[in-house]
Design a protein around this ligand. Sequence first.
Ligand code: NAI
Length: 453
Amino acid sequence: MSHTDGYTRFVNRPLGKHIAKTIGLPRPIPLRRHTKGDRLVAGPILVIGNTEAGDTVAEHLWAEEYDVRRDPGLKQRFAAIIVALDDVNHPEELSERVLQLGSTLRGLDPNGRVITIFRDPQSKTPADPQTSAARHGIEGFTRSLAKEMRAGSTTNGIVLGDDVTMAAPAAQASLRFLLSGRSAYVAGQFLRISSTAGVIPEDWDTPLADKIIVVTGAARGIGEAISETLSRDGATVIGVDMPAAGETLSQVMNRVGGIAVQLDITQENAGQVLLQLATERFGRLDGIVHNAGITRDKLLANMDEARWDSLIAVNISAPLRINEHFLAALGQGVVAKNLRITSLASTSGIAGNRGQTNYAAAKAGIIGMTEALAQRLATTGGSINAVAPGFIETAMTDAMPTATREVARRMNSLQQGGRPVDVAEAIAFLTSDAAAGVNGTTLRVCGQSMVGK
Ligand code: NAI
């Protein structure tokens, strides 16, 4: 499997660049990804909008010695541009700030970031029509601008819920995630901060320090990347996979200093087994990542019972049953009150996909499970979220027919596939205590794939 696909390598060499530019081919560039110790961005950050959110963001970044500007100046270059729109109550109030943003975009560095900050269009207190129009308008604006980005740059939004400000831990954590290389493959998305829950970590470089987290399907692919990333961020991983994958699982767990558990998650007592192990080894359990999953593609007309049932059993029944078991023990000694559950959904579960009725049913089911449990977990300080990956470069996508793969890979705003680590970064972010105010959501990691609802 190649780390950067052949086409991306080609268009980043002098001759390839020239040819692509001349005939108007897509020109994806290698994305900026996070390495432990990296600063959020490497250049100046422009904060547009003298609002409460704009001021808070600027102060926080100044305090960490970022080069923050409140005025674009002339011909300046920026690593990131943040646009605070939290006070907007009418669509007509958008023009000054968005046009200022527009006039500075040519100065945005490759792999740059644009982040909009605004109040929740789905606020509990019904907004008047002008305010509602303006807030929805910012969503539409953000999604469209994300499609105009070039050279690995992204646009995403932070949505502030009722009574939430940018000082909230989850708002700060979201800003950091979106600015950094951790969000390389997140484009055209929104992080909705629904509450002020969460705590700022002692060290933003190890936001998962001392956490004990189960990762299912940890032997390879995305689960392996999740294990590596959680461990990099300070967690101890309990890695679960099928007995048949025992050897590779041990290798991964040795590498990340975790514990290997050979267990089929469809086993009726999987939750008990995991809880018992966590009790014996650590006396604690802080979270679980439901990553194990299978595909059994067939058109529905050709679908047999075995394909349908086995997929439902692994991809949704097992997470449901394990959650039930953990929730029954929530806050009683071993299972932490602030339990963090994250699961792998898929863009197929959002948009549907030919040949994947079973898979889409299960992955949409993950989104439903996530929404349904959010309130219950929030009452004790916990949270549950899902990540929906788009086209990720794995053994699975490597095996696709060349033409299909090439089309699927380019059909997103970043014009390339994501990597397992991009999904892992989103999981690590949502698993952190700082992000607790993000709850019940499904975050797409898809480069703003054209596949949508
Ligand atoms: P993979 O097939 O490479 O790895 C899945 C792992 O889960 C394997 O190690 C497998 O042995 C394990 N597993 C399967 N059934 C199990 C069971 N009953 N008990 C314990 N372990 C079991 O898959 P990949 O690509 O890494 O995907 C991981 C997750 O991400 C899955 O839930 C998948 O549906 C989801 N996903 C993947 C995308 C991609 O592009 N690869 C896109 C969207 C979602």
